[in-house]
Design a binder for this molecule. Structure first.
Ligand code: FAD
Length: 579
């Protein structure tokens, strides 16, 4: 493994473009969400030569818009899907204990009870299973609480009708940072990775097998042909579009299901723990997220264009109505700092037995299919199970390659033993860095925050601060994020535009009441200096971000999906709008 290869700087991207045009790869992966990034790591760590291309920014699709939980899914226990829960809980343990403990943290929930005997017994039995089936130990076990104990921990809950509760643990993750770090780890194992490359065509050999793709570089407008022995389609809700390019047919298609989350400041709800409740359509999580409560989600079929899913006023009202039903305060729209919408890639028609067929009843299991030689699709599934999905997709591709006599003797997947780059040497780095926090002039708790985002790579940010102490200062209007984080996003984390920094490397676009508008000015200065932006380019990038925020806010005022999307689509992703 070569950690320097994990640096995603603009210069590295240029080198990657040359390699993509010149090499023939064993595997080419389309889609830089968690699934594609996981596939790239799985394959490159097994010694295959791998290319990974993403049309926008790393995690710009669903993988930055999830519920941000590594969880077994209590809901799936009720659906008797023990296999999925067991697998997901096993993954949760691996992430917490070994693969990325800096990014994934245990989080305590309370489930308030309303019915005396049966509900406590029913939920208690479910949580007993939850504690045991996936391998116990990574988080504390569930505990029964009296009404007084619940209200001591969560005084903000409405006590009316509550008879007690149960405390249990799951795990929370910063999804977009996790996906980006997976990409960096894959690059450290030799994968050639580049964002802003949109697949616009799929090529076939004389026997009809897929043997490469044509990509358009959305930064320059240039086209590149990339050759590969096998192509993996890991494009989530865009799966059908790539399948159409490759072969026109498939045994299944993807149904996008929209999920919306809102963020309100921590002081709006009086509680020290997160809360899990039943809502009108499904379940609702009210959970701590830095200085905010992250509340979600909705689950409704989305039948519109896929690039910019929009939250409607109906979605926001649904969340406020359901959260207010369990609180002793009435949150309003004015209390909301951030809103985001994401699309679940669900398999059409894969309805859980005995259920109605609403999107919340579609299975969360994944599908791997090879509709024509040289081309495998992996989709569905959950963020939590990305590692298993990745191994399945690579195994299927190897099976296909072996059947054509093209590749033999590749080792089994071993990503269960491959920590992400920020998890390497974490204990030693933590000791060293705690010692340095004071001399760097960092505020109390700042080093913990950095370690929780960068793990042992915090060392690199600290080096930058030592060299240029002004980088240790907070970004103006930037909710506590430091200037060095905007710079590092460009020099090491592949950020090319303001939205990449404000939405996915940091989360200022949903964590500040002005959606990061004030911070955008300073971020533009830092990015522009590093990327060589002219004053006109800087003004254009800044204006685009402000317009994007305005388009989203306008969408939130509209009650229906089509109307909200029309407002949101007035300002597309900066890459997609130029090409
Ligand atoms: P994506 O992240 O969408 O990645 C696909 C990528 O392909 C995109 O980045 C896209 O830009 C790229 N792409 C598309 N077309 C092209 C092209 N032509 N050329 C190049 N690139 C292309 N799971 C959990 O485990 N826990 C949760 O708490 C959880 N909560 C969720 C809450 C919501 C609201 C939603 C919507 C999902 C949630 N999920 C959760 C599910 C999970 O987020 C998804 O299953 C997962 O992120 C899907 O990842 P992916 O890589 O398959 O898709």
């Amino acid at each position: 493994m070569d950690v320097t290869a994990s640096i995603l700087s603009p210069a590295h991207r240029q080198l990657a473009l040359v390699e993509l045009a010149e090499q023939k790869f064993d595997l080419l992966v389309i889609g830089g969400g968690v699934t594609g990034a996981g596939v790239a790591l799985d394959a490159s760590s097994r010694g295959l030569s791998v290319a990974l291309v993403e049309m926008r920014d790393w995690a710009a699709g669903t993988s930055s818009r999830s519920g941000k939980l590594f969880h077994g899914g209590l809901r799936y226990l009720e659906q008797f899907n023990f296999g999925l829960v067991r697998e997901a809980l096993h993954e949760r343990g691996l992430m917490l204990e070994k693969l990325c403990p800096h990014l994934v943290h245990p989080i305590e929930f309370i489930y308030p009870l309303k019915h005396r005997v049966w509900e406590r017994a029913y939920m208690g039995a479910g949580l007993f299973l939850y504690d045991t089936i996936g391998g116990a130990g990574a988080v504390p076990r569930h505990k029964h609480l009296s009404r007084v104990q619940v209200l001591e921990r969560a005084p903000g809950l409405n006590p009316k009708g509550m008879i007690g509760g149960i405390s249990f643990f799951d795990a929370q993750v910063d999804d977009s940072r996790h996906t980006m770090e997976l990409v960096r780890t894959a690059a450290a194992y030799g994968a050639v990775v580049a964002s802003a490359l949109k697949v616009v065509g799929v090529s076939h050999d004389s026997h009809g097998a897929v043997d490469g793709v044509e990509v358009r570089d959305l930064e320059s407008g240039n086209s590149i042909l990339i050759s590969a022995r096998h192509v993996i389609n890991a494009t989530g809700v865009w799966t059908d579009e790539i399948q159409k390019l490759a072969c026109g047919t498939s045994d299944f298609s993807v149904q996008a299901s929209k999920g919306v989350h809102i963020l309100v400041p921590r002081d709006k709800i009086d509680s020290t723990v997160s809360v899990f409740v039943r809502a009108e359509d499904s379940v609702l999580f009210i959970r701590t997220w830095g200085n905010h409560w992250l509340i979600g989600t909705t689950d409704t079929a989305w039948n519109n264009e896929l690039d910019h899913p929009a939250a409607t006023s109906t979605d926001i009202e649904y969340l406020l109505r359901n959260v207010n039903a369990v609180l002793n305060v009435a949150l309003t729209e004015a209390d909301i700092d951030g809103v985001y919408a994401g699309l679940r890639p669900l398999i059409k028609g894969q309805v859980i037995k005995g259920h109605s067929g609403a999107t919340s009843d579609l299975s969360r299991e994944h599908v791997v299919e090879t509709p024509i030689p040289g081309f495998t699709t992996i989709t569905g599934g959950k963020y939590t199970t990305y590692r298993v999905m990745a191994a399945d997709a690579v195994n299927e591709s190897l099976k296909q390659l072996n059947s054509r006599g093209e590749l033999l003797d590749t080792p089994e997947s071993n990503t269960q033993d491959i920590p992400l780059i920020g998890a390497r040497d974490l204990d030693q780095a933590t000791l060293e860095l705690y010692d340095q926090a004071k001399s760097l002039g960092l505020r109390a708790g700042e080093m913990d925050r950095l370690l929780g985002r960068y793990g042992s790579m915090t060392r690199e940010l600290v080096k930058l601060i030592k060299f240029r102490p002004e980088l240790g200062q907070p970004i103006a209007g930037g909710g506590g994020y430091l200037r060095v984080e905007a710079l590092y996003a460009v020099t090491h984390e592949g950020a090319l535009h303001i939205d990449d920094v404000l939405t996915r490397r940091t989360h200022l676009s949903i964590e500040t009441p002005d959606q990061g508008v004030e911070a955008a000015g300073e971020v533009a200065e830092i990015m522009g200096a590093e990327l060589g932006w002219t004053p006109e380019r800087k003004a254009m990038e800044l204006q685009h971000y402000l317009d994007r925020v305005a388009a989203e806010l306008a969408a939130h005022q509209v009650p229906d999906d089509a109307g909200a999307q029309a407002k949101r689509n007035l300002v597309k992703d900066v890459r997609l709008s130029r090409n």
